[in-house]
Design a protein around this ligand. Structure first.
Ligand SMILES: Nc1nc2c(ncn2[C@@H]2O[C@H](COP(=O)(O)OP(=O)(O)O)[C@@H](O)[C@H]2O)c(=O)[nH]1
Ligand SMILES: [Mg+2]
Length: 457
């Protein structure tokens, strides 16, 4: 990432430039003195400007008024990122915002910020830890109220406090181990051992509350996916289009029409899901279709809600595998066609489990069907998020790694292992927590987080 170590003056619009709005926020960060910008405002910036106070002023270029703006100065180190920051609320027409940005850029006083560069400086100046930045990223890109809450909780709320408390308990235990190694003679062996046991128990009890929030499930609740699966011609693309209220996927009686998966957003009760139409699963000699089928299988494994569509009039040997994927909902299509009832009865006789998994026959796509599907999806989602599982995979992985290391440490601690080994084990555990809190931040982690950020944040 090219901006990681630069500290020149940056500018960006921090609101969206995707359409006109009432107000646009432009921020300039990293300048030495506010008076560098004195020629741009009718307000006297060379005089005393009170930090954090909003001033109404005119933005001017060579005496000509460009816009009326609200100006706020955040003085270092009491700003979002610890630098001097000038924040302007300007009229939110994108043309106006771009004109103002160009005006500042043309003077050479600043350059355009990279994605996340303001926030990176907050990390550099120790205003935010890496895990807080991840919380911010989650907050800004959340697709559900649950993810919004978790982002905020990680940015400056209970989840961040939990991480900090855990790290604090860890450090207390680390100190007690050092006490046992170096000062048992001073405090007495028994007192040192008691302190060691108590601090370890406090730490591991607290750790368990965090561990409970890591689900050993493979699917992603950050961008929850609903996948439509079935043999070719079972009606997947028809249902996909119906749920999206548009002709997005090609519907055709020719088996193998959908050769890759297609995904679109579907909002149900304020939660943004990804609806995925897959290639019908069948043996194919067509290389492209075969690749599509294999990619579809990957999506199926990741998705949190699987809807299996079955046309009892067109069956194939692969249906067995699809039933074994444990779909959340089964829909029988083509009920309007002759022979449906007997074919369905034969199928249910072959697979009795079809009778038990909320299987419904579909006469035609209708709003009641749509709400039936949507209510099943949303109730599963709500149930899964009810115990607030952690969303960020980096955090989940580190907590699971810490769990393995803690188990090994507890085992050594109970066996009166050599203190040098204990100390080594504890350091490995500590490393997991430093990474979790973002005290130690490998550069590839930094890169992957900040590349996700929008410009202006
Ligand atoms: N009669 C009838 N035709 C259907 C029904 N559902 C889908 N079709 C038709 O079946 C064919 C295959 O549907 P499509 O959605 O492309 O299936 P996919 O291969 O699973 O994506 C199309 O001609 C659809 O119009 C249904 O319930 N009844
Ligand atoms: Mg299709």
């Amino acid at each position: 990432m090219n901006f990681l170590y630069s500290d020149d003056v940056i500018i960006a619009c921090s609101t969206s430039l995707n359409g006109n709005a009432a107000i646009g926020v432009i921020r300039i960060s990293g300048f030495k003195s506010l008076s560098d910008f004195k020629d741009f405002f009718t307000l006297k910036l060379s005089g005393p400007i009170e930090p954090r106070k909003v001033y109404f002023t005119n933005l001017v270029l060579q005496g000509q008024k460009i816009d009326e703006v609200c100006l706020t100065f955040f003085q270092a180190p009491h700003s979002y990122n610890g630098e001097n920051v000038l924040e302007l609320s300007v009229h939110g027409n994108t043309l106006n915002i771009e004109r103002i940005l160009a005006l500042f850029l043309n003077t050479g006083l600043c350059r355009m910020a990279g994605p996340g560069e303001f926030t990176y400086r907050a990390v550099k100046n120790r205003k935010l830890s890496l895990s807080q930045v991840e919380g911010l990223d989650l907050l800004l890109n959340a697709t559900s109220g649950f993810a919004l809450d978790q982002g905020l909780s990680l940015l400056n709320g209970s989840l961040f406090e939990l991480y900090k408390d855990l790290y604090h308990l860890f450090l207390l235990h680390k100190a007690s181990l050092e006490l046992m190694i170096d000062f048992s003679d001073d405090v007495g062996e028994e007192a040192a051992r008691t302190s060691f046991d108590t601090t370890l128990s406090n730490f591991s009890t607290k750790f368990k509350t965090l561990l409970k929030r890591v689900r050993p499930i493979s699917y992603d609740l950050l961008e929850p996916e609903i996948v439509l699966i079935g043999l070719p011609n079972s009606g997947k693309s028809s249902l996909f289009n119906y749920l999206l209220s548009e002709d997005r996927a090609i519907v055709s009686p020719l088996a193998g029409t959908t050769r890759d998966y297609i995904s679109e957003s579907l909002v149900i009760e304020g939660v943004k899901f990804k609806l995925i139409d897959t290639a019908g699963i069948r043996k194919s000699k067509d290389l492209i279709e075969e690749e599509g089928i294999s990619r579809s299988k990957e999506r199926i494994a990741k998705s949190f809600f699987k809807i299996l569509l079955i046309n009892p009039l067109e069956l194939g040997p692969e249906l067995k595998d699809l039933i074994h994927l444990n779909p959340d909902l089964i829909l029988f299509t083509h009920q309007d066609l002759p022979g449906f009832d007997s074919s369905k009865a034969n199928l249910v006789a072959l697979y009795p489990e079809l009778g038990s998994i909320g299987a419904v026959s579909l006469i035609e796509f209708s709003t009641s069907f749509e709400s039936h599907i949507e209510s099943q999806v949303i109730s599963k989602f709500r149930e899964l998020v009810s115990d607030k599982p952690l969303l960020l995979s980096r955090h989940k992985q580190l907590i699971l790694k810490a769990d393995g290391q803690l188990s090994s440490y507890l085992c050594h601690a109970s066996q009166e292992t050599d203190v040098a080994i204990l100390s080594h084990e504890l350091n490995s555990l500590g490393h997991c927590f430093s990474e979790l809190l973002g005290i130690v931040s490998p550069e590839d982690v930094l890169n992957s987080i900040f590349s996700n950020f929008c410009i202006g944040k």
